[in-house]
Design a protein around this ligand. Sequence first.
Ligand SMILES: Cc1cc2nc3c(=O)[nH]c(=O)nc-3n(C[C@H](O)[C@H](O)[C@H](O)COP(=O)(O)OP(=O)(O)OC[C@H]3O[C@@H](n4cnc5c(N)ncnc54)[C@H](O)[C@@H]3O)c2cc1C
Ligand code: FES
Length: 507
Amino acid sequence: MSTTDDLERSGPDFGRGIAVNRLQDGGMLLGRVGEDDVLLARVGSEFFAIGPYCTHYHGALADGLIVGKTIRCPLHHACFNLQTGDPLRAPALDPIACWRVERQGDTVYVREKLSPAGPSSRKPPKSPPSVVIVGGGGAGLAAADMLRREGYDGPVTMISADDSPPCDRPNLSKEYLSGEAPEDWIPLRAPEFYSENRIDLLLRSRVTAIDVAGRRVLVERGSSHEFGALLIATGADPIRLSVPGADDPRVHCLRSFTDSRAIVAKATEAKRVVVVGASFIGLEVAASLRIRGIGVDIVAPEKRPLERTLGPEVGQFIRDIHEAHGVVFHLGETVARIDGRSVTLSAGGVLDADFVVAGIGVRPAVALAEQAGLALDRGIAVNEYLETSVPGIFAAGDVARWLDRRTGERRRVEHWVVAERQGQAAARNMLGRQEPFDTVPFFWSQHYDTTIRYVGHAESWDAVAVDGSLADRNCSVIFKRGDRRLAVATISRDRDSLRSEIAMESA
Ligand SMILES: Cc1cc2nc3c(=O)[nH]c(=O)nc-3n(C[C@H](O)[C@H](O)[C@H](O)COP(=O)(O)OP(=O)(O)OC[C@H]3O[C@@H](n4cnc5c(N)ncnc54)[C@H](O)[C@@H]3O)c2cc1C
Ligand code: FES
């Protein structure tokens, strides 16, 4: 028998039944079945019982949104099938648990937990003799995972220049760098995932050429791999500083797990660091190093951080947050020279630094595509199915510029969720699913305890409206051209972010 305290803490026991009218259409109620927390959701006259936490970062699905017979996570917009628990959209790659629900008159009972659905039993329309994926990042891993989920049975080879298996790259500038996340959070999949799913993962292996006519890729040190279908998911390379002294081992970039480990190793002894660049990576690195108690100077040419992407209001707000945490900005300046511990700025000032981190942007890694003669457009040009100018060769993630059917514009973005979803879409299209990629772009960025979520895409706009208050950290910032909403950035308004995404999907 539960006490009132128990009931308040863990909600009603759905195994004992709950009155139908406790839940309105589209409503959700937290409770439990035995020892398990369960979220009961209603869609029309149907009820669904699911695990209440997202399998990506444990987001509380009760704070998300029900859309048809799916539920979206408030944190990074993963989407799950309410009937099967299937992760329909990255960044979640694993299903949530589901329970059988039984209705008797006006009472709903949650019964036993259901077995996960497993790989699709629908035979894919096409089955290439083999698939090669170049790149072991978010897009590459999501593609390999989706090939197996879709029931593809042929050989899958993933070739990665990285030292480590596909990792949670966004975390490398956040909790891992600040010391709040242990090493074992970082791999996207456990080592046995690759053998169990017959994914041949080749690490420290750089593909040097694509032989389009011979349908094979060539890897440095001489091996080659034939492909029936190929995915190029080579991501983007960080731009290096090109000032005197920039080749000093004290100067770091941040893209890979190895890069982040190298910064962590130096951070354990450091007192002062110079971060070059006031965009997302630079700012997140600054926040993580401040959390470690290290003094941080940020040097960047712009007037306000993030102004180009998020406008002057949000830029100033972000600057204020970082300054409140002790970061010192040197804006309107660049680095002229690095001599050991001394970083000389363009206006002549000199900063002391145990090490330097450069976050001055990336370039899409198009060398392979260029060599193979694929069509380029400031990235690899792909159609709405993410196929390049050569049939059977696809591209996804930071390297791909795709045709956005919703706006008719070509886009290339550097967002984690987009990269993973493109990997998934490319995998399905390799198997003949013919599904256009039509995700509304989404990214998030974290600065201490403030997270910005952003849906849509606005390279330029003619009006910015702030609904709510930046100072109170509770607002939606709307970027418009004419009457059209191009993008919405939110702080502490996660449902609004999901609503904006849904509105843009149907615009
Ligand atoms: C530190 C950091 C933090 C970030 N934080 C966020 C965030 O908070 N939110 C967000 O939305 N986005 C974030 N991003 C961006 C996001 O991580 C990228 O958009 C995403 O990783 C792109 O995935 P991808 O698979 O296209 O490329 P990547 O993940 O970069 O993977 C590319 C892969 O290709 C391999 N490769 C390249 N060339 C070759 C070759 N010739 N042969 C073999 N392998 C090759 C590389 O070794 C790598 O394995 C962050 C990025 C970084 C670096
Ligand atoms: S926690 Fe759910 S999408 Fe990240």
